[in-house]
Design a protein around this ligand. Sequence first.
Ligand SMILES: Nc1ncnc2c1ncn2[C@@H]1O[C@H](COP(=O)(O)OP(=O)(O)OP(=O)(O)O)[C@@H](O)[C@H]1O
Length: 660
Amino acid sequence: MTKKTLPFQAEVAQLLHLVTHALYSNKEIFMRELVSNASDACDKLRFEAISNSGLYEDAPNLEVRVSFDKDAKTLTITDNGIGLTQQEAIENLGTIAKSGTKDFVSKLSGDQKADSQLIGQFGVGFYSGFIVADRITVESRRAGVPANEGVRWTSDGGASGGDAFEVENITREQRGTSVILHLRDDALEYASTWKLKSIISKYSDHISLPILMEKEEWKDGELINPNDEAGGRQPGGMVNTGEWEAVNKASAIWARAKKDISQEQYDDFYKQISHDFEAPLAHTHNRVEGSTEYTQLLYVPGKAPQDLWNRDKKGGLKLYVKRVFIMDDAEALLPSYLRFVKGVVDSADLPLNVSRELLQESRDVKAIREGCTKRVLGMLEDLAKHNALPETSADGVTDVVSDEDKALVGKYTQFYAEFGAVLKEGLGEDFANRDRLAKLLRFASSTTDSTTVSLADYKARMKEGQEAIYYITADNAAAAKNSPQLEVFKKKGIEVLLMTDRVDEWALNYLHDFDGTPMQSVAKGAVDLGKLLDEDEKKAAEEAAETFKPLLAKLKEALKDKAEDVRVTTRLVDSPACLVVQDDGMSTQLARMLKQAGQSAPETKPVLEVNAEHALVKKLEGSVHFNDLAHILFDQALLAEGGLPADPAAYVKRVNALLV
Ligand SMILES: Nc1ncnc2c1ncn2[C@@H]1O[C@H](COP(=O)(O)OP(=O)(O)OP(=O)(O)O)[C@@H](O)[C@H]1O
């Protein structure tokens, strides 16, 4: 068959541009990506061969070979894995299959610095070869197909302006794939055994296949003058012995003993599986024995990926069964609210041919899922515990803190800023761990701007006689902080938690109390400050309710289409009115969010509460503009909490009529 020239998918062309321009400072990752692809290809072969052992042909030992040719300026990575057909080469090496990466590339900002940081989250895979190569040739033959059905794929990565690659048919006896990098002049340092060995051991020690390189040994130069041993010799050099040796440890990191693994090795492994350039915040590594046996190595990343909010996003755990790779993104291994966790689970019990469907039903998987969840929560609790340095006690004693613990200071704050909102989903999703999760939550409050207040902190600061944990939900921190509903709480010096994550409303439906103290929205139900109000205030409120009865009845009549009820309140100090919902009602905030998201929300009418002390309310009685004022009062209360009057034009007209 003749050569075909085919265009790259548009996103690939963009990605290639980024790879060659933005990843320059991190050149050596190309090796990690290509060795990882080679290892994946071997894993795939091993997996397919479970049901078709003929695929091994006459080469059952899976391996990766790395070689270079200094004169030809090439570096070649060869595997004897599954290989590619011509069609697969066209599809897999000309497009971006992963939707996350594709979306990401189409959103590139053009700011190379920002883009290169982002790209770490996705991994550039095969295309990273173009960081060091100005041309890549891939030669491959799929396992099980005849030798004359091999393929050669070649491209200069769009350097010639074509954004295209060529494919042609070749004969290749050997099963698997060779990726031949034609090194750029400024990347010739990679044509060195020493350099390659050091990169391979940095990134690929855990790859369970042997990565082989040709053994070199020192050879003295030829004697030019046999009488002059010292000066009459040509310079010596390293020469290939023709023997291949493994240059990686070839043992899965998670299968090794903790004491044999350095922090750096743990971090490197994380970077490899997550494509993150930064080290993780924490990891946990355990062998679990008992009725279900497995090893877990789990990491909490330091930064949230762009698609964190996509609840369909697959989990970040790789599943292995007895060191054989089974699948990426095994979502059954952790609940969805922990989808940010990366790592590996290696089970000793699951069958090798386990499918995603089977995973959902397996009892072993259920046990693994519970075990992993507990471990992750434990890791987070540990970060939370060490987030701040211990305070000096009144008698001047401060606990001595180890360097290890010092390194953890501030990490939970970092974690929470990135993943706190996802963690809250757990309140509704994971009933068994709700109490542990509640302890991990952090909020801003009316007295603390940063999102650092735990429910336990809040409880410890509660006023004498305070019977509930008060909170307010709003679209943003400013709206929450300035809400009229907080007025009486401010006056009384009672702290109120400010909840501004979209998920808060929903999540709090599942958290009725913390440690025996009820959670109470300040915008729900009649405000009952109970013992916090003094007798005079209570009496004044009761009297006001009595004297205002006729006015309330008139207001109720005027606003009968808008308000469920109208009553006098003690919760306001400076504002004339506010809206609240009945105790069991859906908050106006949640109803608004649902509508914005195009979902149906029950049409519940709020209760209008008025401040009997306010001049505007006092003026209502006897005003000739009673009806207009009543509507303005209602619409302003709606505006104050971030809502919009149902008929904004009518509102403006009413206000203007009073202004002129
Ligand atoms: N050595 C190889 N042998 C067989 N197929 C390969 C090889 N290298 C790459 N491929 C194919 O090309 C595809 C694209 O590779 P690429 O590295 O760009 O992405 P990926 O491996 O799917 O994703 P990631 O690198 O993010 O894990 C792979 O999914 C695989 O199908």
